[in-house]
Write a protein that binds this ligand. Structure first.
Ligand code: SF4
Length: 115
């Protein structure tokens, strides 16, 4: 499953540089599919195509947030999610609304990085 940052976040910023997929952004800051990945565009299959450089609305304006579609729980990179490993208040936790098995997470990593 993807990791989610709870409202216990103290906005220290320690997690952001640790994410191998650039899935973590500061609250209020726009995110992109292409940031930290090799995605030049994303085709949602319903006629919607988003450029990798398009600025997407922040998911949180108050706390650091994780784009679940870019989170692979660090599968293929590290033994454990690095955000959770560095967070001083342990507020990077598994997201029950985004449950994915290891195979799915590795496929997501390959898609993100054009492997
Ligand atoms: Fe928030 Fe934890 Fe990230 Fe610091 S490391 S910004 S407390 S989620």
């Amino acid at each position: 499953m993807a990791i989610i940052i709870t409202d216990e976040c103290i906005n220290c910023g320690a997690c952001e540089p640790e994410c191998p997929n650039t899935a973590i952004y500061e609250g209020g800051i726009e995110w992109t599919w292409g940031g930290g990945t090799k995605l030049t565009e994303v085709d949602f299959g319903d006629g919607t195509i988003v450029s990798g450089s398009d600025a997407m609305d922040p998911i949180s304006n108050e706390f650091y947030y994780i784009v679940s579609d870019k989170c692979t729980e660090c599968e293929g990179f590290h033994e454990e999610p690095q955000c959770a490993a560095v967070c001083p208040v342990d507020c990077c936790v598994p997201d029950p609304d985004n449950v994915e098995d290891t195979e799915t997470l590795l496929a997501k990593k390959a898609w993100l990085h054009a492997e």
